[in-house]
Design a protein around this ligand. Structure first.
Ligand SMILES: [Zn+2]
Length: 93
């Protein structure tokens, strides 16, 4: 299964100051890097660039993760982001 690159994970942890990003107010420590749009096989096919990008990466506390307290993106929004990434990078391959 694909996942975030080490660079993406480390950069997002740094950018979030080690604090859970489930909401603006949350200051709990980070345990996991959550895929906002889930890291499923069909989603990897639909969003080959977006899915493992920093835009889909949410550093999160395990307790918050379990309660599904996290950011959300709609599939239609993910499609816009994927198309944008395809456009600026010249595609997936
Ligand atoms: Zn949280």
């Amino acid at each position: 299964m694909r996942t975030f690159s080490r660079e993406t994970g480390e950069a997002m942890l740094l950018a979030s100051d080690g604090k859970c990003q489930c909401s603006k107010e949350c200051t709990k420590p980070v345990h996991d890097l959550d895929h906002i749009i889930s890291n499923s096989k069909p989603n990897n096919k639909l969003f080959p660039l977006f899915l493992q990008s920093p835009f889909n990466c949410c550093p999160i506390n395990r307790g918050c993760h379990d309660q599904k307290g996290r950011k959300s993106i709609t599939l239609n929004q993910a499609k816009v982001y994927e198309e944008y990434l395809q456009r600026i990078t010249g595609g997936d391959k």
